[in-house]
Design a protein around this ligand. Structure first.
Ligand SMILES: C[S@@+](CC[C@H](N)C(=O)[O-])C[C@H]1O[C@@H](n2cnc3c(N)ncnc32)[C@H](O)[C@@H]1O
Length: 207
C-alpha cells in the first residue's frame, strides 16, 4: 500500500470524513459551480457520472440538484463509503471501494468521470496510471477540479509530507492523452464562489 493510500484509508481519511460537513451554503455554491461546468455539455448531457474520490459526496449531492443522471462513486475510505450509502446519495451498489489507479468497473462505465481535490493527493509517480484508469472507465467526458500550479510542487498537508501535490493537471491530461479535446476550463475563485480556489477542466474523448 502506498503512503497516500494508507493515509486515506486510515484514521487520517476518517478524520477528514468526520470534518466534512453538510452545509447548505456550501452545497448551493457547489451547485452553482457545477452548473457553470456543465454548461459546455448543453444539449448532450451525460447520462451517467462517476466521481473518483467522492468522500461524503458533496459534489454528487450538488449534481443531483442539476441532473437525473445515474451517479456512481469510487472511494477508498470505508467510513466515507458508509456515509454515501447511508445518506442515499446514490444506491449502495453504485458506491465502490477503489482508487483512481484501480477502479473495479468496466471500460466506459460512466459517460462523465471526474475528480475533485483528489489528483492533488496522488503521488506524481502514480498520476499517469491513475489518469489511464480514469480515462478507461470514461465513455465520453473527463473532468477534474484541482489546485493549480504552473510548476509541479509539493506542499506539506496537515503535518504530512507527500500528501499534497499541485501542478497544471489540465496540461497533464492533454500532454498524455492526445485523444482528449478541451471543452472548457475555469477557476472557482474563493472570494466570489466560496469554493477552494479550484481550477477545473472538462475534456471529451475524440476516439
Ligand atoms: C480532499 S477529499 C475530496 C472529496 C470530494 N471529491 C470533494 O471534492 O468534496 C479526497 C477524497 O479522495 C479520496 N482519495 C484519496 N486518494 C485517492 C485515490 N488515489 N483514488 C481515489 N480516491 C482517493 C479520499 O479518501 C477522500 O475521500
Amino acid at each position: 500500500m502506498t503512503k497516500q493510500e494508507e493515509l486515506w484509508r486510515g484514521e487520517f481519511g476518517d478524520a477528514y470524513t468526520e470534518r466534512n460537513t453538510l452545509d447548505e451554503d456550501h452545497l448551493a455554491a457547489l451547485t452553482a459551480n457545477w452548473a457553470r461546468i456543465m454548461h459546455c455539455l448543453q444539449g448532450r448531457p451525460p447520462r451517467s457520472i462517476l466521481e473518483a474520490g467522492a468522500n461524503i459526496g458533496l459534489n454528487m449531492r450538488a449534481l443531483r440538484r442539476l441532473t437525473g443522471a445515474e451517479l456512481l462513486a469510487v472511494e477508498p475510505n470505508a467510513s466515507a463509503r458508509s456515509r454515501l450509502a447511508r445518506d442515499g446519495v446514490t444506491e449502495a451498489e453504485k458506491v465502490v471501494d477503489g482508487l483512481c489507479n484501480a477502479i473495479p468497473l468496466p471500460d466506459g462505465a460512466a459517460e462523465f468521470v471526474f475528480t475533485s481535490g483528489v489528483m492533488i493527493h496522488i503521488h506524481p509517480d502514480d498520476l499517469l496510471a491513475s489518469c489511464r484508469e480514469l480515462h478507461r472507465v470514461s465513455a465520453r467526458y473527463l473532468a477534474c477540479l484541482e489546485y493549480f500550479s504552473d510548476q509541479p510542487m509539493e506542499i506539506r498537508y496537515r503535518g504530512h509530507d507527500e500528501a499534497l501535490f499541485k501542478r497544471d493537471f489540465g496540461g497533464f491530461w492533454l500532454d498524455n492523452f492526445p485523444d482528449l479535446q478541451l471543452l472548457d476550463y475555469g477557476f472557482a475563485w474563493r472570494r466570489v464562489t466560496g469554493l477552494d480556489n479550484l481550477t477545473w477542466w472538462v475534456f471529451e474523448k475524440t476516439s
